[in-house]
Write a protein that binds this ligand. Structure first.
Ligand code: GLC
Length: 679
């Protein structure tokens, strides 16, 4: 007997009596509540240890759930039921993800719907549309400065258009993912405006300070996310009225972003981890929890199947820490997840936690949260290691680093990717680097130099993002094709003609990157344009709202005219597209790529080869990737050890041939990608 849970069950009864729920719906919710209320209550304990207050807060949450469930469309309820019967729907080998900006891909939401045949041709089952909710005017961090969670950006369409698009996607077997920006809102959001106007209720939605005392104490241990264009973590907001009604403080306005004083120099410091116009929400306030849960329930009722929890690591602040990955973050996500499971059990959470490898497992759940927080998480480390291996022609660091994390819960899955809309930060720890004889700082500096093209002999054409002279940190922008060498091969700096040999090598790297992403286990995310090898797009420089942020270099407009050539095997587009299509086809017919088992890096006796073993009951898969531009031998014994002794039964699935053993060795061509099975 769990008294708070029974109080909640009784509250469902009241919803029947007052007409909010029918008796059938009541029966459904009672079952779900009995299943998930313990998780909900456990997570909500982050707000209060008092049983009465806890039950009251859970009651508020339940009322939100009842409201959302009552208005959930029949088709979405059906989808929930189907997915409850197939809870691993997002983890099987048929999943193929695609990520795009709706305007850059389709113009509007209706335009995206019109491009569904293209997505189907690619085999896409999961579509992540980049931020599309109403964001602030002017710079908006690519839509991550949300002004109104209940409105779509007017140039893209309306909420009704979004619901219609979700229906179209569902009819075509495609799940819809949207961003949920929950660490911060735009300074122009109604909550922020009310707070700045002195409304005490809303003041408590944010972290604000009258002077630099507290901010300075926090800054001692806070890293900077955008040291270049948004240094510091606090912004002086002139005219921000103190919530206690006292006249606005006259503060010391030096030391953060924003920095301008208004006429009388009064205002408050506001916590802004990212840009000055993105105000961090105070998640220690249960009202913030309820508001964002309400937003989540609204979006899932529109038809969203997966919510990408943006910048999730930053939600909880604690003095003396980096204010990332605090344990309370996982309690909050567990409570949100439980609430969502009751209202819409077919919907999943994806963690955007770009954190150190050792911090990542907690986002998929460790300890009492195992399997109870996010269902998916970006595998940032895999992405970083792939680029690192290609630059150095050495997979030792990848093998070491990818072996470190503990296994994830079997009910969860990775989102694997080679490129996304963000920069690449060289998340290589000093300890991991040292373990393979490298210096962490030197290797990170090498990677930035290599991918910005500054390193002698580099094949890459990228740009440095947010160089931080204090830490030596420098991240990289650039499209997959440009970083993989295609741009340099097609447009040699000496102005000469394209170099066919270099083009082949670049295409080899592009295929290899995609092969790992498709073979690792998890939802492979194709980033728009990478399927036709789009190169860097410098046109953002002409837009003053975008110009200072070179991440727009790799956020191109879809080149539909170029895409027309995708069926022509003599073109770049045709060669890249055919490679991706092939990977989709082979992946889909390889059930052993189901995400329930891990890819384990194994030593096959050569640092030039990245080998990943998947021990799945459907049959083992040994993947071998040659990260160099030279032929490399693979000892047959290394394969025998993993796939069994009978070399005649070895089969390379990507090229559909039986690899030839020559004097006890197999040979991989430059950048070859092999998925070996036995039988
Ligand atoms: C996430 C987004 C990034 C954005 C940041 C702040 O990291 O991927 O583009 O700048 O959150 O919302």
């Amino acid at each position: 007997m769990n008294p708070p849970r029974e109080v909640l069950v009784e509250r469902l009864g009241a919803a029947v009596r007052d007409g909010r729920l029918g008796t059938w719906d009541h029966a459904v919710l009672v079952r779900r509540l009995r299943r998930w209320a313990p998780d909900l209550l456990d997570g909500l304990r982050v707000y209060t240890g008092d049983p009465t207050l806890l039950t009251a807060l859970a009651g508020r949450v339940l009322d939100l759930i009842i409201g959302a469930y009552a208005t959930r469309r029949p088709t979405l309820r059906e989808l929930d039921e189907t997915r409850v019967l197939r809870p691993d729907w997002f983890a099987d080998a048929r999943q193929v993800g695609y990520v795009c900006y709706p305007d850059r891909f389709g113009g509007t939401l209706a335009g995206v719907a019109a491009r569904v045949p293209y997505l189907r041709e690619l085999g896409v089952t999961y579509l992540h549309l980049m931020p599309l909710l109403a964001s602030r005017e002017g710079p908006d961090d690519g839509g991550y400065a949300v002004q109104d969670y209940r409105r779509v950006r007017p140039d893209l369409g309306t909420m009704d258009d979004l619901a219609a698009l979700a229906d179209t996607l569902h009819e075509n077997g495609i799940a819809l993912t949207l961003d949920l920006v929950l660490n911060h809102v735009a300074a122009e959001h109604a909550w922020a405006r009310a707070a700045a106007a002195g409304d005490p209720q809303y003041a408590d939605y944010f972290h604000t300070f009258p002077d630099r005392v507290e901010p300075d104490r926090f800054e001692r241990t806070l890293p900077e996310v955008f040291p270049d264009f948004a240094p510091g973590n606090f912004t002086w907001v002139p005219g921000f009225r103190s919530p206690d009604g006292s006249p606005a403080a006259a503060g010391d306005t030096s030391g953060g972003t924003g920095g301008e004083k208004d006429g009388d120099g009064t205002g408050r410091w506001v916590w802004t981890t990212f840009n000055a116009y993105q105000w961090d929400l105070n998640w220690a306030n249960p009202d913030v929890f309820c508001e964002l849960l309400d937003v989540i329930l609204h979006l899932v009722d529109v038809g969203v199947d997966c919510l990408r929890l943006d910048a999730i690591a930053f939600l909880w602040k604690r003095l003396g820490t980096s204010c990332q990955n605090q344990p309370e973050v996982h309690d909050i996500v567990a409570a949100l997840r439980a609430a969502l499971r009751i209202a819409a059990p077919g919907v999943v959470f994806k963690a955007e936690a770009i954190v150190a490898p050792e911090e990542l497992p907690a986002y998929l759940g460790t300890g009492r949260h195992a399997g109870r927080v996010c269902d998916l998480a970006y595998h940032n480390s895999l992405m970083v290691q792939l680029w690192s291996a290609l630059a150095s022609g050495d997979a030792a660091l990848a093998r070491h680093t990818l072996a470190v994390p503990p296994p994830k819960p079997v009910t969860t899955s990775w989102a694997t990717y080679a490129r996304c809309h963000d920069d690449i930060g060289w998340a290589v720890s000093d300890a991991d680097a040292a373990a393979v004889g490298l210096s962490g700082p030197a290797h990170r500096a090498f990677l930035s130099a290599f991918y910005s093209g500054a390193h002698p002999g580099s094949f890459a054409r990228g740009e440095v993002f947010q160089a931080n002279p204090q830490t030596g940190d420098a991240r990289i922008s650039g499209t997959l094709a440009s970083l993989a060498g295609l741009q340099a091969a097609l447009e040699p700096t000496d102005g000469g003609p394209p170099d066919p040999e270099q083009v082949d090598l670049a295409l080899g790297r592009i295929f290899l990157l995609h092969a790992v992403v498709f073979g690792y286990g998890g939802i492979p995310l194709l980033y728009m344009g990478d399927e036709i090898g789009l190169r860097n797009d410098p046109t953002y420089l002409a837009d003053p709202d975008l110009a200072e942020d070179n991440r727009w270099l790799h956020r191109p407009w879809m080149a539909w005219e170029d895409a027309e050539r995708r069926h022509d095997p003599g073109t770049i587009e045709g060669r890249v597209f055919a490679g991706v299509r092939h990977l989709v086809a082979v992946r889909t017919s390889t059930p052993a790529l189901h995400a329930a088992v891990e890819s384990e890096p194994v030593d096959v006796g050569s640092p030039a080869l990245l080998a990943l073993l998947r021990r799945h009951p459907a049959g083992a898969v040994l993947q071998v990737y040659n990260v160099t531009d030279r032929w490399q031998p693979l000892p047959a014994d290394a394969v025998r050890k993993r796939l069994g002794g009978d070399a005649h039964r070895w089969w390379e699935r990507l090229s559909a041939w039986a690899p030839h053993v020559d004097a006890g060795r197999l040979w991989l061509a430059p950048y070859a990608a092999w998925w070996l099975t036995a039988g």
